[in-house]
Design a protein. Structure first.
Length: 302
C-alpha cells in the first residue's frame, strides 16, 4: 500500500513537472529554454503503465459496487491520477498525445460525478484551443475505449456491464461535447468533421466482424452532420463495403435490410449486433440496403 501511495505521488509530480518545464519553455530564450524537460520514452511508458493499472482499478470499483465510501478519498484519487494527465495534455497541446488525452476523456461517463466534471472542463479547453485536434482526440477516444470494453475485453472485465452499454453513452456524450450543429457546419469544421466520420466508417468496416458495434458510436455524430456531409459519408461507406469480401459484404446488406427477420433468434451474435448498429447508422445517413447493394454491383461492373 505504501508503494502505491508513493507511486501515485510520483505520477502527480511528473505531471506537474511536464506542465512547469514543458513545451512553452522551448519558446523562450536561454537560460530559461535550457530548463525544458522532456521525459524519455522509457519514463513515459512507465507512467502510462501505472496510469492504466490505476485507471482499471478506479473503473472496476465503480461497476462492482466497491467504490470508496469516503467521497474525499475518491476526489483525492482523481487529482492524483486523472488531473496530472489532463494538465500535461493542455500544457503541451501543440504536441498533443492523442492516446493519452483519450485515456482521460474516456472518464466522461461511468466514472463518478467528480471525474465527469473534471473531464468536461478538460474537453472544453481542448475544443476551444483547436476544434480540429479535438475531433482527433474524440476519434482516438472512441477507438481506445471500444477496444478496452469490446474487442479486447478480458477475464478481468467479466464483472463489467454489457460492452455496448458502456460504449454508446460515451459516444453520445462526446457527440454533445464537440459543439452545436451550427458550429459543426461552419467552414472551419466542415472538412475536419467529414474526415472524422469517414475515418470512423473505414475503421469499423475494415475491422469487421469484431468492430460491428463501432457503428453505434458513430450514429450520434452522424445525426449532427449536414445533409451534404451525410451524402459524402454514405458514398464513402458504399466504397468501403464494395471493397469487402462477398461474405462480409452480404452480412452488412442483410443487416441493413433486416433479412431473415423471422429467424432472428437463430442469428449469431455478430449478425444480431450488426442489425442493431449498422442499420441505424445507415438509416441516419439516408441510406438503404437496396442502395448499398446497388452501389456494390456498380463497383463490381466497373
Amino acid at each position: 500500500a505504501i508503494v502505491t501511495l508513493v507511486q501515485r505521488e510520483a505520477f502527480a509530480c511528473a505531471g506537474d513537472l511536464r506542465v512547469l518545464f514543458g513545451l512553452p519553455l522551448a519558446q523562450t530564450r536561454e537560460p530559461l529554454s535550457l530548463l525544458r524537460w522532456q521525459p524519455d520514452s522509457d519514463l513515459l511508458e512507465r507512467l502510462q503503465e501505472f496510469y492504466e493499472a490505476e485507471e482499471r482499478t478506479l473503473r472496476t470499483e465503480l461497476f462492482v459496487d466497491e467504490a470508496p465510501e469516503d467521497g474525499d478519498e475518491d476526489v483525492a484519487r482523481t487529482k492524483l491520477i486523472l488531473e496530472p494527465l489532463m494538465k500535461a495534455s493542455i500544457a503541451n497541446v501543440q504536441q498533443l498525445n492523442r492516446r493519452q488525452a483519450a485515456a482521460a476523456v474516456g472518464h466522461f461517463v461511468h466514472s463518478g460525478p467528480d471525474r465527469t466534471d473534471a473531464v468536461k472542463e478538460f474537453t472544453t479547453l481542448l475544443r476551444k484551443n483547436n476544434g480540429t485536434k479535438y475531433l482527433e482526440v474524440v476519434m482516438a477516444t472512441l477507438r481506445l475505449w471500444y477496444g478496452r470494453w469490446v474487442t479486447d475485453r478480458g477475464e478481468e472485465d467479466e464483472e463489467l456491464p454489457d460492452p455496448l452499454i458502456l460504449y454508446v453513452p460515451l459516444a453520445e456524450r462526446l457527440a454533445k461535447s464537440i459543439g452545436g450543429v451550427g458550429l459543426l457546419r461552419t467552414e472551419n469544421l466542415q472538412q475536419p468533421f467529414l474526415k472524422f466520420l469517414k475515418n470512423g466508417v473505414s475503421y469499423a468496416v475494415e475491422g469487421l466482424p469484431q468492430r460491428a458495434g463501432f457503428f453505434a458510436g458513430l450514429t450520434p455524430f452522424a445525426k449532427r452532420a449536414s445533409k451534404q456531409i451525410k451524402d459524402r459519408v454514405l458514398s464513402h461507406l458504399h466504397q468501403c463495403v464494395a471493397e469487402l469480401g462477398a461474405e462480409q459484404r452480404d452480412l452488412l446488406i442483410d443487416a441493413a435490410s433486416g433479412a431473415d427477420a423471422d429467424g432472428a433468434a437463430d442469428l449469431d451474435d455478430t449478425a444480431k449486433e450488426l442489425r442493431g448498429t449498422f442499420a441505424g447508422f445507415l438509416a441516419c445517413l439516408g441510406g438503404s440496403a437496396d442502395g448499398l447493394a446497388g452501389a456494390t454491383e456498380e463497383e463490381e461492373d466497373e
